[in-house]
Design a protein around this ligand. Structure first.
Ligand SMILES: [Zn+2]
Length: 496
C-alpha cells in the first residue's frame, strides 16, 4: 500500500513589541526571573487589560504579507486551562473570530543549484493574536531534590499564531513552509525568529491516508518543536510510526505527542480523552477588536519588499541565477549588503546600467563565496561584518583592473576581515600588486622551464594539459602575484 502524508502547521511567533500584549511590562529575554511582571500579567483579580496597538499593527502586517483578509472585527476569548506557568488559569486568545483569515503563501521546492525548482501554494487558514504563558525551569533544589521554578517574565507577551491548511505532503514541504514564514516575519521586522529562545515555535498536525483516498486519516499532533532539524526528524519518525501502526492492523489514536530530542522518537503526551476542553468564551474585560481601515492602509504603506519579491527582482534586474538570488535574499541584511556593494562597485568603475548584471554576478560570487565562508569561520552575521560593502567593492575592482590577482584578493579579504585596513592599504603595505610586467615574469618562467625539462618535453610531445602545471608553478614562485593570463601567454610563446 502506498500512503500519502498530510501535514498542517501551527506557528507561534513572538512579536517584537517593546511591551506585553495587555500591560506595559517590558518584553525582554534573559531578565532576572519574575522581574518583568505586574498585577495585570500576574493575573491579579480586579485588573483590566488594554490591547497593545503595535501588536495589532504587526498582526495586520503579517496578514497582508500572507494575503489574508483582515477582519474588521475580531474577538478575544478566554482559553481555560490550568498550568503552573499560567497564573490566571486561562490564556487570552482568539477563537471563532480571529484577526485575519483565508490567506496563502508560495513555497519553493526542489534544488535551486540545479535550477530545478517549483512553486507550491500553501493555504493559511487563520492568524490570531494571543498572549504567551510563562516558563517552567526544571532543576535541582536543596537536598538534591528535583524542583521546578516558575518564571513569569514571558507571561502576557504578544504572540501571533499562524495556522496553515493541511496542504503539505512531506517533511521537506513543511520545512520550506516554515522557512518561508520565518523569512517573512524577519523581513517584516515583527519577530526575531529565534527558535532556541522560543520566539518562533511550531506544532504539527500529521496524518496519512492511502494514495487516492479523499478523506483524511486520524491525525496526531506534535507539540512545540524548536529547530528545523527536530521538526524534520519528528515528522519523519511520526510518518513511519503511522505506517507501522496501520500496516500492523491497528488504528492510529488521535493524541498529542512530544518529540524526544535525545532518543529521536515521539511519545504520547495526552490522548483524546485527556484533551483539554478549553471552554472558550469571550473575554469580558476586552471589547471586540476593531481594526480600522486607516490602520490597515498605514500597515500596507509600511510594508517592505518581501523575500519572494526581492528574489524575483534580483533575477529580473541583475539576471542572477535562482540559486544566487535565493542565497542573497536569505536575509534582509545580506540582500542589503549585496546591493550596496554592487552599487559601489559600479560607481567606482563607471559601469553602465546595461552591464550591471555582469558586475552583479561577480559581486554575488564574492558575497556568497569568500565573504560568507569568512563569516561562517568567525561565527559572525553579515550585520557584524567589519568589511563594509564599499570596501568589498574596492577589492573587487582591484581584481577587475588587474591590480591584484583573484588569489591574492582572497588573502587580502581575509586580512581586511580581521583588521580595519582597506584593500588598497593592505596591497600597498605587503607589495601584493599583481605582476603583469612581461620582463619580470619572463625571468621567473625561464627558470621554471629549465627546472622542469621533462615536463617541457612532454608538453612539446603534445601533452598540452601541462600548461596548468606551468602556470601553477609561476603562481607559486610569485606567491600568487603573477597575472595568470599574462603568464600563460608568455609560457605558450616560449614553448612555441
Ligand atoms: Zn505586566
Amino acid at each position: 500500500m502506498k500512503y500519502e502524508t498530510v501535514i498542517g502547521l501551527e506557528v507561534h511567533a513572538q512579536l517584537l513589541t517593546n511591551s506585553k500584549l495587555f500591560c506595559s511590562c517590558r518584553v525582554k529575554f534573559g531578565s532576572e526571573p519574575n522581574s518583568e511582571v505586574c498585577p495585570i500579567c500576574l493575573g491579579m483579580p480586579g485588573v483590566l487589560p488594554v490591547i497593545n496597538r503595535r501588536a495589532v499593527e504587526y498582526a495586520v502586517k503579517m496578514a497582508l504579507a500572507t494575503d489574508c483578509t483582515v477582519n474588521e472585527k475580531s474577538v478575544f476569548s478566554r482559553k481555560n486551562y490550568f498550568y503552573p506557568d499560567l497564573p490566571k488559569g486561562y490564556q487570552v486568545s482568539q477563537f471563532d473570530l480571529p484577526v485575519a483569515e483565508h490567506g496563502h503563501i508560495d513555497i519553493e521546492l526542489g534544488d535551486p543549484r540545479k535550477d530545478e525548482t517549483e512553486i507550491k501554494r500553501i493555504g493559511i487558514t487563520r492568524i490570531h493574536m494571543e498572549e504567551d504563558a510563562g516558563k517552567l525551569i526544571h532543576g535541582e533544589g536543596a537536598d538534591d531534590k528535583d524542583i521546578s521554578y516558575v518564571d513569569l517574565n514571558r507571561t502576557g507577551t504578544a504572540l501571533i499564531e499562524i495556522v496553515s491548511e493541511p496542504d503539505m505532503r512531506n517533511p521537506e514541504e513543511a520545512s520550506a513552509y516554515l522557512k518561508t514564514i520565518r523569512d517573512i516575519l524577519l523581513y517584516l521586522g515583527i519577530c526575531d525568529g529565534n527558535m532556541q529562545e522560543g520566539s518562533f515555535r511550531c506544532d504539527a498536525n500529521i496524518s496519512i491516508r492511502p494514495v487516492g483516498q479523499k478523506e483524511l486519516g486520524t491525525r496526531t499532533e506534535l507539540k512545540n518543536m524548536n529547530s528545523f532539524k527536530f521538526i524534520r526528524d519528528a515528522l519523519n519518525y511520526e510518518i513511519q510510526r503511522h505506517i507501522d501502526v496501520i500496516e500492523g492492523g491497528e488504528k492510529i489514536i488521535q493524541e498529542t505527542r512530544l518529540f524526544d530530542v535525545q532518543k529521536g522518537v515521539t511519545r504520547s503526551m495526552r490522548g483524546k480523552e485527556e484533551a483539554h476542553d478549553y471552554r472558550y468564551h469571550p473575554e469580558p474585560d476586552l471589547l471586540p477588536l476593531i481594526v480600522p481601515n486607516e490602520l490597515i492602509e498605514k500597515a500596507r504603506g509600511e510594508m517592505p519588499e518581501l523575500p519572494t519579491e526581492k528574489k524575483n527582482r534580483f533575477m529580473d534586474e541583475y539576471k542572477l541565477p535562482i540559486y544566487d538570488a535565493g542565497v542573497l535574499t536569505g536575509s534582509k541584511e545580506m540582500a542589503k549588503y549585496f546591493e550596496e556593494s554592487l552599487t559601489a562597485s559600479c560607481k567606482l568603475s563607471g559601469i553602465p546600467e546595461e552591464e550591471k548584471p555582469k558586475q552583479a554576478k561577480i559581486t554575488s560570487n564574492w558575497v556568497m563565496g569568500e565573504l560568507t565562508a569568512l563569516l561562517k569561520e568567525n561565527s559572525l552575521d553579515i550585520s557584524e561584518c567589519k568589511v563594509t560593502p564599499k570596501s568589498l567593492a574596492e577589492l573587487i575592482n582591484m581584481v577587475s583592473k588587474d591590480t591584484i590577482s583573484g588569489k591574492v584578493a582572497k588573502d587580502v579579504l581575509g586580512e581586511m576581515f580581521s583588521s580595519d585596513k582597506s584593500a588598497e592599504e593592505i596591497v600597498k603595505e605587503k607589495g601584493l600588486v599583481q605582476i603583469s610586467d612581461t620582463g619580470e615574469l619572463s625571468a621567473v618562467i625561464d627558470k621554471i622551464l629549465s627546472d622542469n625539462a621533462d615536463s617541457v618535453e612532454k608538453y612539446k610531445a603534445g601533452k598540452t594539459k601541462l600548461m596548468g602545471f606551468f602556470v601553477g608553478e609561476v603562481m607559486k614562485a610569485t606567491k600568487g602575484q603573477a597575472n595568470p593570463g599574462v603568464a600563460s601567454k608568455l609560457i605558450k610563446d616560449k614553448l612555441g
